[in-house]
Design a protein around this ligand. Sequence first.
Ligand code: HEM
Length: 366
Amino acid sequence: MIEARDRRVRRRLMSYIVALLAVIAVSATLPFTGLLLTGDGQAIAQQGAATVGDSFGSDTNPRANFWRAVREGDTGYSAIQGREAGVLIQNGGENYRMLRNGPVLTYGAGIMLLVLIVIFAYHLLNGQVKIDGGRSGRLVQRWTTLERLLHWVTAISFVLLLITGLSMAFGRDVLIPAIGRDAFSAYASLARSVHNYVGPVFAVSLVLLLLKFLPSNFPNRTDWEWFKRGGGLIGKAHPSAGRMNAGEKFWFWLLMTFGMAVVVTGLLLDFSAYFELTRSGAQISVLIHAACAMIVMAVAFGHVYLGTAGTEGALEGMTTGSVDEAWARQHHDLWLEEVKRKGGGAAPASSAGSATGAGAPQTAST
Ligand code: HEM
């Protein structure tokens, strides 16, 4: 009896011990199932670390190596196809952001504001430059229809680019406080599209404008004298000038250089996929584009002022094609003499639009 009971107790004890050992064994193996589940991910991570972290050796923490490599811009693996898709973080982006939001936009805004203040102060002190002795009532043709068309297509597209460009550059600081985030977001995407589509129109018209006006803009000896005498804006003297005075030539060559830099970088950004622009290429293009554009804008303010409120009788040349003979004698005396020498006299103002003379003695009327 006693023996039978002892055997039952021993059997139960053995089953308890086996169960306990089984629980311990299963518990001990459970954490290792995590390794089975994440095996693939780790293999990829280790593969990536080995690819991008090679240059750092393998004696330190592989995760630290991996992160260091990412920050150095080493190429890893990505399923996404495309240029630089394997570069997770491009370190230069931070330098670009600091340059754009720092010196480029700050100095750019400063130069534009300074020019506006100088123009405003000059106008308050001197007022408009009037036609000496009043109008003669006789008209001389100054610009051909093609020249005016090119000028206004360039000017209108420039103004659209200026407004949308400045909105993108300064909108976050200036427009969000005024119109709120939602309205700015909607406007900013519209502004971006307008900027991207008008850019190529400006590019083509600027190239044609420059080619058309090139023959009249080569510097000569009278230009230096014109600058020395302040172009007639300072004091009462009206220095001699040909078809373009030195100030206009300065504007022309600024457009040829800085304006062209804006056009080239703008087209690179517009068609970045076609030109296979890298991220750093795009960043450099944006910096050059913004800096040169703001320089051109600042000088354009001066040009627009002198062509409108600053000088009596200048704008009608670009709108109707003809200017008053007295205006021509005051601002472009050498050109007027040349027009007359070549047989292009002045017509009475009543026959506006049919004024005789050549827009440019060097160029035929179109
Ligand atoms: C939007 C307002 C503008 C106005 C009111 C304006 C007005 C004028 C006027 C009146 C002239 C003739 C000056 C003269 O007879 O000697 C002129 C010439 C000229 N304008 Fe404009 N303009 C404007 C914008 C622009 C823009 C945006 C550009 C180029 C991006 C430009 C480029 C030129 C050029 C190249 C000339 C020929 C003189 C030269 O070779 O420098 N204009 N403009």
